[in-house]
Design a protein around this ligand. Structure first.
Ligand code: CA
Length: 224
């Protein structure tokens, strides 16, 4: 799960980024609307957290520009503006959710998880694939009913595959959902992460589709 955070308050941005990374997410932070607009246009994110009062380009304009360009990523507006009319303007511009400051960081995380899950087409919080279970709301995986321990990179890859289980996820897309913008990913290349995951959950569960990407599968005759 990779999140774009557009927030000009440095202390708040650091706090949110830290909390999201502690929950295994990759986070890119933009400090003004221009930078945020550009990142949302050129990189792939699972969701964006967007402040409204931003330097250079305000949040509503950023959101409206993304929607006009057909970018459908879920957007959670995070702002000090709590007037009813502001919220209506936010939703009209294409917001998926709206949270006013002050807020609890846990709530941001919970709302983002729900948005990402819904965007992937899952109504229920729990997703299963054979022996593997994923609680999308808590971010926990289990294998044969026992908790599965994962590194942040492993979690990002497995959660992306799990949200689209039994479907081939394009290699390039997977890479974009796993690494931060300026990541040095030598020791955590996608192939290395997939190999480690296979050792943990069983090699047969992650199928390599040559020239395309990977598919998480419960195997033939054992549909999820
Ligand atoms: Ca602001």
């Amino acid at each position: 799960m990779r999140i774009l955070l557009v927030e000009d308050d440095e202390a708040l941005a650091s706090e949110i980024a830290r909390a999201l990374r502690a929950e295994n997410c990759a986070v890119d932070v933009a400090r003004d609307g221009e930078d945020g607009l550009h990142l949302g246009d050129t990189e792939r994110y699972d969701a964006a957290v967007l402040d409204l009062g931003l330097p250079k380009v305000d949040g509503l304009s950023v959101l409206a520009a993304w929607r006009k360009a057909g970018r459908d990523l879920p957007v959670l507006i995070l702002t000090a503006r709590d007037a009813w009319s502001e919220k209506v303007a936010g939703f009209k511009a294409g917001a998926d959710d709206y949270l006013t400051k002050p807020f609890r960081i846990e709530e941001v995380v919970m709302r983002l998880r729900a948005l990402v899950r819904r965007a992937a087409g899952h109504a229920a919080a729990r997703i299963t694939c054979g022996r593997l279970g994923y609680d999308t709301q808590l971010g926990h995986f289990d294998l044969d009913g026992l908790p599965l321990k994962l590194t942040a990179f492993e979690w990002r890859v497995l959660s992306a595959l799990m949200l689209r289980r039994e479907v081939v996820v394009d290699r390039g897309e997977l890479i974009e959902r796993v690494y931060e913008y300026d990541a040095d990913n030598d020791s955590n290349s996608l192939e290395v992460i997939v190999a480690r995951l296979r050792r943990k959950i069983g090699a047969e569960m992650i199928e390599t589709v040559r020239g395309r990407g990977y598919r998480l599968t419960a195997g033939e005759g054992n549909p999820a």
